[in-house]
Design a protein around this ligand. Structure first.
Ligand code: CP
Ligand code: NVA
Length: 306
């Protein structure tokens, strides 16, 4: 049994399979062709933080594959009344076939997985967001072909998305450049767990313009992630120069793409002209969450399909 708790849980070969499979699943969806490999399977989705894309993409995706879903939140389950995560894992995994969790600390999802009888998928933690990077790289491949050897510029917070980009760069062989304000650097110890993969394999830039120069992909995220709202005001000040604008996009390759996992704040981490401009692929990125996660769920439950 395989869990998907961080990007490094799958190999480059497994990603190659998933990207191909997701393309096929997407093609079938677009032509209204049925794809029902998960009839009678149930996905439990546990949300301890808010979501639009993750909920819709997993829920719609599971129904489209013939399965069904159970939606739980902290507020409407015993998780919010201090039932131990280990007990919750034992119970939920006796009644369902697959579990997706969005929560705070990575250790929480690891504890759940350690006591689960079924595969567990990380739908975002403070440390990682592997399903999003899976969709982002699939989107890059759709638009530009292989990401191997390309240069990705990360502008902004050294957060769960940045950590996951680092794991992906080490695994799939592309260059990562990271520009964060002082005090908000990527935590290499977190990003390179569990085996140190990716340590030192990225470059840091104090000026975001330098990180973007010649990049094939420029990407960013909110200044304040969920769970860090108390730091909002301090972050607003610290991140003021980390807004992806038309100057940064002009410094990148002429055919560079812009990505953002969404939700976005125009005028903060990105200028409206960039996110709503011709180089932005944010809507494809969001849609592709569903297609790649369908491939992922099928793979975790049924293995490779020929
Ligand atoms: N990108 C992403 O995970 O979006 P949601 O928070 O809406 O799920
Ligand atoms: N870094 C953001 C991503 C939201 C999808 C957060 O954790 O809130």
């Amino acid at each position: 049994m395989k869990h998907y708790l961080q990007f490094s849980d799958l190999s480059a070969d497994e990603y190659a399979y998933l990207f191909e499979r997701a393309a096929l699943i997407k093609k079938k969806f677009k032509s209204y062709e049925k794809h029902h490999p998960l009839v009678d399977r149930t996905l439990a989705m546990i949300f301890e933080k808010a979501s639009t894309r993750t909920r819709v993409s997993f829920e719609a995706g599971m129904y489209q594959m013939g399965g069904s879903v159970v939606h739980l939140t902290t507020g409407d389950s015993q998780l919010g009344r201090a039932e131990p995560i280990e007990d919750s894992a034992k119970v939920i995994s006796r009644m369902t076939d697959l579990v997706m969790i969005r929560t705070f600390e990575q250790t929480k999802i690891e504890r759940f997985a350690a006591h689960s009888r079924v595969p567990v998928i990380n739908g975002l933690t403070n440390e990682f967001h592997p399903c999003q990077i899976l969709a982002d790289i699939f989107t890059y491949i759709e638009h530009r072909g292989s990401i191997q050897g390309k240069t990705v510029a990360w502008v902004g917070d050294g957060n769960n998305m940045a950590n996951t980009w680092l794991q992906a760069a080490a695994l799939l062989g592309f260059h990562l450049r990271v520009s964060t304000p002082n005090g908000y650097e990527l935590d290499e110890k977190v990003a390179t767990t569990p085996n140190g993969m990716g340590a030192g394999s990225y470059e840091t830039y104090s000026n975001p313009m330098d990180a973007c120069a010649g990049a094939d992909l420029v990407t960013t995220d909110v200044w304040t992630s969920m769970g860090y709202e108390a730091e909002n005001e301090a972050r607003r000040k610290a991140f003021a120069a980390w807004c992806v604008d038309t100057r940064m996009m002009a410094a990148a390759q002429p055919d560079a793409l812009f990505m953002h996992c969404l939700p976005a704040h125009r005028g903060e981490e990105v200028q409206a002209e960039v996110i709503d401009g011709p180089q932005s692929v944010v809507w494809d990125e969001a849609e592709n969450r569903m297609h790649v996660q369908k491939a992922l769920m099928e793979y975790l439950l049924l293995g490779r399909q020929s």
